[in-house]
Design a protein around this ligand. Sequence first.
Ligand code: ATR
Length: 279
Amino acid sequence: MQLITGKAKIAAVLGWPIIHSRSPLLHNFWLQRHQIDGAYIPLAVKTEDFNSVIKGMMAAGFKGCNVTIPHKEAAYQCCDHVDETAKKMGSVNTLWFTEDGKIHGTSTDGAGFVASLNDAGVNVSNKKILVLGAGGAARSVAYSLQQDGALVTITNRTIKRAEQLVQDLGGGDVVEWQSWSQELGKFDVLVNTTSLGMEGKEDFQFDLQKALPTLVVTDIVYVPRVTPLLAAAQQKGLKTVEGLGMLLHQARLGFAKWYGVDPKVDRELTEFVASSLKK
Ligand code: ATR
């Protein structure tokens, strides 16, 4: 077992609530695997305390942190340096602190999603992709898909949000929520970025009848691991990519920045994190 010494590199995840976060498990798994003298801890931080906690972490020598709901926008605001992805999102999920006292930030959710698809053997370049949802998750996913050359169409219950997203992305189509299943035959990939299908949320009504046999179906929901949408797609014999891969891949950049090692997403890690979802 790797013990923590006085020289340990420390990072954290900040959220409210934070008890459901799988990030501590995931990062500490990698720390053990690479025998790194370091730790990654969950911090339950209220909105009003966010900035003072960040200052405190910097003063205490933390290397950086992940942020989750509800801090992603506040984290963007506190950065000294952000990249193009973060600017496009107006939010970040990964911060790293440099020796000159500066805060750097980016949003790795979208890149994590695309990496997860690539890992599953799905190349998105020139693919027609239908994105269900127009919230923050859809924004990250759609932006990264476009960056990798995909042709994105957005559908959302509230159509105004879909139109706004396409406008902000600088391209893409919109279809009405009521008619996406009718249009499904035009697409190579379907991705659900809404919370529909998540354990404890309302039922998700969908119809995959028009799907091409080559359609790839993905979901960013990972509890349950096989969502009703993925289960229905599998039943039709369609290729599916589960949401857990995005969670694992989005974590890699932060780990590399804080601890200096680019960690791998593999079956052992996936099964380890997946087993924690059953508890
Ligand atoms: P996040 O940042 O996690 O994406 P969000 O901004 O609240 O969260 O977005 C949630 C997404 O799920 C939205 O696309 C939302 O649709 P609306 O914009 O119409 O609210 C979608 N969503 C949530 N519940 C839904 C439901 N019952 N039916 C259809 N879409 C739903």
